[in-house]
Design a protein. Structure first.
Length: 278
């Protein structure tokens, strides 16, 4: 009985394997290439493609004129590199003249330009700090007369400064001798200050009138004040009250009440009056 070494071909059929005389597998025998396997012809085709790609790459490390990748400039070209000469005109870059400064000459080579550049420096700790910005706040108040805002004043300790608004009336009327009554204003007015001095006790009353009042005149509203002899009475207004007809100030020796308020004018001139009004 004999045995034969068999192998399966790519098409699925069986075939005997080549053997040597001593029964070993003959590795030097020709073998059919598998279907779709690599062949020397296909390898040669790929080599042609690689050669075509390599031919399109520029040589490395050559001069700039040869379009090398990356660009490499020899030292001789760096030191001899010159800037292009620009045409002269109204704006000449080759020699720029700045206002108030000398002409700035264009350096011929990169090396000479590099020599003129200052060395790198690190900011020192002695650089002055910038001044602090000021933030201001204003206290404002509304001026109803002018319909606008106005700055509120503060004192030296930064507290709101509050003071009484001084009275500045437009007109004044003063007695030059002792009187029983005095017409301060013979027309509509707004009194600010009225002062009366009397040598006899009684009442000081204000009347809405333009001339001397009679014994039965009635004071204007509640403007009637009790005074003693040798006393000064001062009446001020912190509001505006208008005497539509005028202002008369009189000294009353007595006040009689009988149905309606009645007055009795002083029988002797014993008062001096001062009135200030707008």
């Amino acid at each position: 009985m004999s045995f034969e070494a068999m192998g399966r071909k790519p098409d699925g059929t069986l075939a005997g394997l080549p053997l040597t005389a001593d029964g070993k597998l003959d590795t030097s025998a020709s073998v059919e290439a598998p279907v779709g396997g690599a062949t020397s012809a296909k390898q040669d085709e790929q080599t042609v493609y690689l050669d075509a790609i390599e031919g399109k790459l520029p040589a490395l490390g050559q001069a700039l004129a040869a379009a090398s990748v990356p660009v490499v400039l020899p030292a001789t070209q760096i030191t001899s590199l010159t800037a292009p000469v620009l045409a002269t005109g109204s704006n000449t870059i080759g020699a720029v003249t700045a206002p108030g400064a000398a002409a700035l000459a264009l350096d011929a080579t990169v090396s000479t330009l590099s020599a003129k550049l200052p060395a790198a420096s690190t900011p020192a700790d002695t650089i002055a700090n910038p001044s602090a910005s000021s933030v201001m706040a204003l206290a404002m108040g509304w001026n109803a007369s002018l319909s606008q805002w106005g700055r509120a004043r503060i004192d030296s300790t930064n507290y709101l400064q509050v003071r009484a608004h001084p009275t500045a009336p437009a007109s004044s009327s003063r007695s030059t001798a002792l009187q029983i009554q005095r017409t301060i204003a013979a027309f509509s007015c707004t009194p600010k200050v009225v002062r009366a001095f009397t040598t006899t006790a009684g009442w000081i009353a204000f009347f809405n009138a333009s001339s001397a009042v009679a014994d039965s005149a009635v004071p204007f509203g509640g403007h009637i004040y009790r005074v003693e002899d040798n006393q000064t009475l001062t009446v001020t207004w912190d509001y505006n009250e208008t005497f539509t007809t005028g202002l008369v100030v009189a000294h009353l020796s007595q006040v009689v009440s009988g149905g309606a308020l009645a007055t009795v004018i002083s029988v002797a001139a014993s008062c001096t009056f001062t009135g200030q009004y707008d």
